[in-house]
Design a protein around this ligand. Structure first.
Ligand code: GLY
Length: 422
């Protein structure tokens, strides 16, 4: 099986590494990729937002399966075009990708499916903003305001704050840019990312994971695309994972089928485990980053066969997934000034070590690996428990050199100390 992976992050690097372990995968290609993925897959520099370009590439390399990593090509309908060309594709079509592309659509699906989620209100007129802010956050007895961009924002469109001025300023700047704003009630409780391979009403959950969205230790500073992750979650009872699958993901998948937007691909449920049970923060239409790096590092089952089955209507025939025992911890190394305006072009050393996945990297003409984005590397450590996995990840991260870079030092620390409970 020849597989083409679309994307250029550490998530795609993790997908490629897991695909490479599948004995049925005989060829790997990636577009556009990065300096790390170039070492394990044929690299093609195409515009991945262009359905024509992706289809032409898939045809030219005789791909048997295309796996689309990021949300933007999915929301643009690239998966539909690949399937229309007669090539198996892992990733939802444009209609189904609205579960991530439009938060208002996602809320509508969840309401129809009877799935618990935050109360929300859409504001598209600045004149209505102040009254709407009064119905949320501390003004309404909640811990914080949750202000979201209704469309795609790479994780950075969300501000969670108890400061009304900050909440208002974020909402006003989104509205100024012509983006509708979603105000949501704050969901208290530890967050869980549960990735499910879905085809229609067939749902195969992967290991639950947790990511760290704030830039600084102790969950301080602005939101980012994700600064680290770990899997599985020792504090999450299996019964709650089953509850998420049966009471949340399956009803949503069934509702998507019912409304003619059947989902095929990776349905990512982002949840808070509140005192009233799991409640949905958001759905995404693709593998999450950086959780994928932790989750797939523990997958023993052949990933290519799993994704191909989902893409070709035989997901219900796949054997139960097998996982390596123990834990995985991912630490993201970010460029100076990330998540603001990251500095790029710095030389990186140590990025070829085992467990170092590449995201914002490029190879310079002289052969040096340089930073080319905000999240530069994702370092994965595995071990028999979280303490061992953290030690492995931080030892490797500490050996990487990138001027001005920063990473969080507390990924999975509270879980290792047993400080999280539901
Ligand atoms: N881990 C957050 C995301 O992938 O959106």
């Amino acid at each position: 099986m020849r597989v083409l992976v679309i994307g250029s992050g550490a998530r795609e690097h993790a997908l490629l590494l897991a695909l490479k372990r599948d004995p049925q995968v005989t060829g790997l290609a990636v577009a556009p990729g990065n300096a790390g993925t170039a070492l394990i897959a044929d690299q093609h520099n195409v515009d991945v937002g262009s359905a024509d370009a992706v289809v032409a590439l898939a045809r030219s390399i005789a791909a048997d399966l295309v796996v689309i990593g990021p949300e933007v090509p999915l929301v643009l309908g690239v998966a539909d075009a690949v399937r229309a060309a007669g090539i198996a594709c892992f990733g939802p079509g444009k209609d189904a990708a609205r579960i991530e592309g439009s938060k208002a659509f996602a809320k509508d699906v969840m309401t129809a499916a009877g799935v618990p989620t935050a109360i929300s209100e859409m504001v598209d007129n600045p004149a209505h903003l102040d009254a709407a802010l009064n119905r949320f956050g501390p003004a309404a007895g909640q811990q914080a305001w949750v202000v979201k961009d209704d469309g795609l924002a790479a994780g950075k469109g969300v501000v969670v704050t108890a400061d009304r001025d900050a909440a208002r300023a974020h909402a006003a700047s989104l509205l100024d840019d012509g983006h509708p704003v979603l105000l949501e009630s704050f969901l208290d409780g530890p967050e869980v990312s549960l990735f499910c391979v879905v085809d229609g009403e067939t749902v195969v959950p992967l290991l639950p994971a947790q990511d760290f969205k704030r830039v600084g230790d102790g969950d301080t500073g602005p939101n980012t695309g994700g600064m680290g992750a770990y899997a599985p979650l020792p504090w999450l009872p299996d019964a709650i994972t089953d509850q998420i699958v049966n009471d949340i993901v399956k009803p949503v998948a069934a509702e998507m089928v019912r409304r003619g937007s059947s989902f095929s691909g990776l349905l990512y449920a982002g949840l808070a485990i509140t005192s009233a049970g799991p409640s949905v923060v958001e759905f995404n239409c693709r593998f999450g980053d950086p959780e994928t790096q932790s989750v797939l590092s523990l997958l023993e089952s052949p990933l290519g066969q799993l994704l191909h089955a989902a893409a070709t209507g035989s997901l219900d025939e796949v054997e139960p997934l097998r996982w390596q025992p123990g834990a995985a911890v991912t630490v993201v190394i970010a460029a100076e000034h990330y998540p603001g305006r990251p500095r790029v072009g710095d030389v990186i050393t140590g990025s070829e070590a085992a467990g170092v996945l590449h995201a914002g990297t490029a190879r310079r003409d002289d052969g040096a690996v340089v930073s080319s984005g905000g999240r530069v590397l994702a370092v994965v450590g595995t071990g028999l428990d979280l303490a061992a996995a953290r030690a492995a990840a931080y030892t490797t991260a500490g050996a990487v050199r990138l001027p001005g870079s920063h990473f969080r030092s507390d990924i999975a620390l509270r879980a290792e100390r047993g400080e999280i409970s539901v």
